[in-house]
Design a binder for this molecule. Structure first.
Ligand code: PEP
Ligand code: MG
Length: 568
């Protein structure tokens, strides 16, 4: 950053978590719309004020409806129901009556919605949960009336925008595609946050932990470098062209390595894709994934009042199995709780530390029927396809949990049952756990969070959320060597596998397959293909003998000479 840049505030810096360069207008996600002034009165023309309110409600309804049509499926139903609420005649009458008493349109909308909101909240249950939908319509209508930017994340755009937010939840972004979002910039979050995961799975550049991002004025042209973490405001034409050229040169190097994953001396390392559902399959196939190493099934359950039906689950799972004839498809059972809250499966009590609460496999012990239904749907879905289904549970901590899950898989007729290694206790006692299951898959995002006691959602501790931490490398080595000794596989499906340098180290630690968001596959394929297994082992040993994450990375780099060509 040079001095000029800081002086005029043109350059913000964060952590690059999804490589590539992108340029577009900033679209800051707006939080709550402020409550309109309670004392303000309109100028006496009630008719004009009523028209204004009516038009604003209709504009909001039409916009919600259009977004629904574009998204299709479940989202269309949800948005269509919201549009109907905005067109509710009772609500319109209430707004008109308040305006006739002299209240301004924004305040009338606020008060009329309040009445409905209180009624729904008092009703509780399903109706109570509609309060946030109502608040969204209210805020959108007030935004139209007052000229404030529209709250929420737009899912259509004339030109792809740079989404700027404090942080993003999976549900905020479920409808986004690359045609709409050029890049993500968030003020919070670390390399394993859901913003980072989503960006990598969409293949768009992302910068997280970027202080000052939410102050970027809407519409400001922004150049985002998802590798260095630089966010340049109002860049010159020369800067834009330079960033694009550098990006293209890197991509040319990548496309030179193709085929199944292997080291330079032919040690095979299957390269698999992390997916959230059938909609990610095209990207996985296009990037040459040899199978799926992590199917995060909870995306099918997000934003739902009830679990998806057995048929709906079966259909989604079958689409994935059919995409990889003869290939491996590793499915993770529903991972609810903590950073992936599901409306229909709340933890039974308020938890002060949700990441340490009833999440993942622990929730299944409370709701075994939901797990049995999912395992049943998976068994039916794979029947008649040639895919090799491997099913694994998240957040397993003990041998008992591993054995309980494996037994449930067998009962459902699933032949390969594994567990994720995400909890340090599971890595430390991997030699015991491997006896209960068929394979391991290391979730380095959670493993790092728990090993370093650093919440993956809190950017203030993002330095600790680094899988290069030697303690994390030691835990990975323990799990991989226990699996090797038992003659079983040990993959990595956390974000560490998507880091081309760390991927070489993981292979050197004894990991047998790597699974990542599809856009990372070419990078990892190229890095592995430029080094022998021995070089990877030497790099792993060097990294493990370091005493900090930075030193571990530097030590590994020094042993991996082929990385230079990738200009990482
Ligand atoms: C992990 O924790 O590394 C992982 C792959 O699971 P998730 O990121 O979905 O928690
Ligand atoms: Mg996890």
């Amino acid at each position: 950053m040079d001095e000029d840049d800081t002086e005029i505030g043109r350059l913000l810096a964060g952590t690059g978590v999804s490589p590539g360069a992108a340029y577009g207008p900033a679209y800051p996600v707006v939080g709550n719309i402020p409550e309109p002034d309670g004392d303000s009165r309109h100028d006496g023309d009630a008719g004009a004020e009523r028209d204004r309110a009516e038009r604003a409600l209709e504009q909001v309804a039409a916009d919600l409806e259009a977004r629904g049509v574009q998204a299709g499926g479940e989202a269309q139903e949800v948005l269509g129901a919201q549009a109907m609420m905005a067109r509710d005649p009772g609500l319109a009458d209430e707004v008109a009556a308040l305006i006739d008493q002299g209240v301004t349109a924004p305040r009338a909308v606020f008060d009329a919605f309040k009445k409905y909101r209180d009624l729904l909240a008092a009703a509780g249950g399903y109706l109570g949960e509609r309060v946030s939908d109502l608040d969204d319509i209210r805020d959108r209508t007030i935004a139209v009336l007052t000229g404030l930017p529209m709250p929420g994340v737009p899912t259509t755009a004339a030109e792809p925008y740079v989404l700027v937010a404090r942080d993003l939840a999976p549900a905020d972004t479920a409808l986004l595609t690359r045609d709409v979002v050029a890049a993500f910039v968030t003020e919070q979050g670390g390399p394993t946050s859901h913003t980072a995961i989503l960006a990598r799975s969409l293949g768009v550049p992302a910068v997280v932990g970027c202080a000052g991002a939410t102050a970027i004025p809407p519409g400001t042209p922004v150049l985002v470098d998802g590798a260095s973490g630089d966010v340049r405001l109002s860049p010159s034409d020369q800067e834009i062209a330079g960033a694009r050229d550098a990006d293209q040169a890197r991509r040319a190097v990548l496309s030179a390595t193709t085929g199944p994953g292997a080291t330079a001396d032919g040690h095979a390392v299957p390269l698999l894709a992390n997916i959230g559902g059938p909609r990610d399959l095209d990207a996985a196939l296009a990037a040459g994934a040899e199978g799926v190493g992590l199917y995060r099934t909870e995306f099918l359950f997000l934003d739902r009042e009830t679990a998806p039906s057995a048929e709906e689950q079966e259909q989604a799972y079958r689409a994935v199995f059919e995409a990889f004839p003869g290939g491996r498809v590793v499915v993770r059972t529903l991972d609810a709780g903590a950073d992936k809250p599901l409306a229909f499966l709340p933890p039974p009590e308020e938890e002060p530390n949700p990441a340490l609460g009833e999440r993942g496999v622990r929730l299944f012990r409370r709701y075994p029927d939901i797990m049995a239904a999912q395992l049943g749907a998976l068994a039916r879905a794979v029947a008649g396809t040639s895919a090799k289904a491997e099913v694994m549970a998240p957040m397993v901590a003990t041998v008992d949990e591993a054995a309980w899950f494996a037994e449930a898989c067998r009962t459902a007729g699933l032949s390969s049952a594994g567990i994720m290694i995400e909890v340090p206790s599971a890595a430390l006692r991997a030699a015991d756990l491997i006896g209960a299951v068929d394979f391991f898959s290391i979730g380095t995002n959670d493993l790092t969070q728990y090993a370093l006691a650093a919440d993956r959602q809190v950017s203030a501790v993002s330095e600790l959320q680094d899988p290069w931490q030697p303690a994390v490398l030691d835990l990975i080595a323990l799990a991989a060597s226990a699996a090797t000794a038992a003659g079983k596989g040990c993959g990595v499906c956390g974000e560490a596998a998507a880091d081309p340098v760390l991927a070489c180290v993981l292979v050197g630690l004894g990991v047998t397959s790597l699974s990542m968001a599809s856009p990372a596959l070419p990078w990892v394929r190229a890095a592995l293909g430029r080094h022998t297994l021995d070089q990877c082992r030497t790099a792993a040993a060097a990294a493990r003998s370091a005493t900090s994450a930075g030193a571990a990375k530097a030590a590994a780099w020094a042993e991996l000479p082929g990385l230079g060509a990738l200009a990482l």
